[in-house]
Design a protein around this ligand. Structure first.
Ligand code: SF4
Length: 315
């Protein structure tokens, strides 16, 4: 069975209800972040290429939208947020334009690693909402947290973010993941906050890993460090918000529990209570879950006192 490339709508802590578009085959990324919820990177690369036809992704998006039974579950955003880095897709700009014809704003969640490339900037300029990852502005810390492709250079990315922010007229957000003992010191946070203060950003999000990370060393920053970071950003006149709460269980159902669960967990591990709620919506049999585990398509993981369901991929 081919992978479904459109998933949700899922509850998004930033965007309300978000219909996800997975424009990259599983886990092709420029980074292999310590905290990645998709496990360790299988293919780290930095060259852009064509993966899927934008017209096919548009058709699949239309089909999923037409299957949403409850209008309250209609997405606030169509979000290009694959299980990898969306700007690796050579067709990103064409895809954004096609999705915008559906009348719902289009967001892109990027790790910013290719933003120094003029063609990537030109594509991202088309989107209504952009989120860029800025975990650090120090090269040593960057290599540790984000484990970038060896051809990438942090100074180029930083100047790319500057020039993009100057050109972009949509909503621009940044996201910084704070890890204990790695980038949560006063100096690290000061450096990030000063850099972000120098660019025009609508919202700064501070996050901690809330799902099982790829590396066990990716420990969430503690309360004291989070509090300190919040105040440092605030002192730099930033509109700062946490992304540390659970996003809720408002996952939408297309009526097919198996498809819904497999497509959502491909990019978004789900907490057990959310899975059970989704199962209830489709009046599905709990045996379906055991069946998917036996088929080796999903697995259970304990993290932070909760059980999560994750998609398993063939390597
Ligand atoms: S967290 Fe995002 S940017 Fe980092 S490796 Fe995973 S998919 Fe790539």
């Amino acid at each position: 069975m081919p992978e479904r490339r459109i998933y949700g709508p899922v509850p998004s802590r930033r965007l309300g209800r978000s219909l996800g578009v997975n424009n990259i085959p599983f886990k092709i990324c420029t980074y292999s972040c310590m905290y990645c919820q998709l496990g360790k990177a299988v293919r780290v690369r930095e060259s852009r290429q064509e993966f899927y036809k934008p017209s096919e992704l548009l058709d699949e998006t239309k089909m999923v939208l037409s299957n949403i039974r409850n209008r309250n579950e209609y997405p606030d955003y169509i979000t290009i947020v694959p299980d990898g880095e969306p700007t690796l897709d050579l067709n990103l700009g064409i895809l954004i334009k096609k999705l915008q014809t559906l009348g719902t704003p289009v967001a892109v969640i990027s790790n910013a690693s290719l933003i120094h490339l003029p063609e990537v900037q030109d594509a991202l300029l088309l989107a209504d909402y952009i989120s860029l990852k800025i975990d650090t502005v120090n090269t040593e810390t960057w290599r540790k947290i984000n484990k970038p492709h060896r051809a990438l250079k942090l100074n180029e990315i930083i100047s790319g973010i500057h020039s993009f922010a100057d050109r972009y007229s949509g909503t621009l957000a940044t996201e910084t993941m704070l890890l204990q003992g790695i980038n949560d010191s006063q100096k690290e946070v000061d450096d990030i906050a000063r850099f972000i203060a120098a660019i025009s950003v609508d919202k700064v999000y501070l996050a901690i890993p809330t799902r099982p990370p790829a590396y066990k060393e990716a420990i969430p920053a503690d309360e004291q460090a989070l509090n300190q970071a919040y105040h440092i950003f605030e002192a730099n006149s930033q509109a700062v918000e946490w992304l540390i709460g659970y996003e809720g269980n408002a996952f939408s159902s297309t009526g097919n529990f198996r498809d819904d669960l497999l497509s959502i967990t491909a990019v978004h591990p789900m907490r057990e209570d959310a899975v059970l709620e989704l199962l209830n919506k489709t009046q599905g049999n709990p045996d379906l879950l055991d069946g998917l585990i036996k088929e080796d398509l999903i697995k259970k993981v304990l993290y932070g006192g909760h059980t999560y369901f994750l998609r398993k991929f063939r390597k």
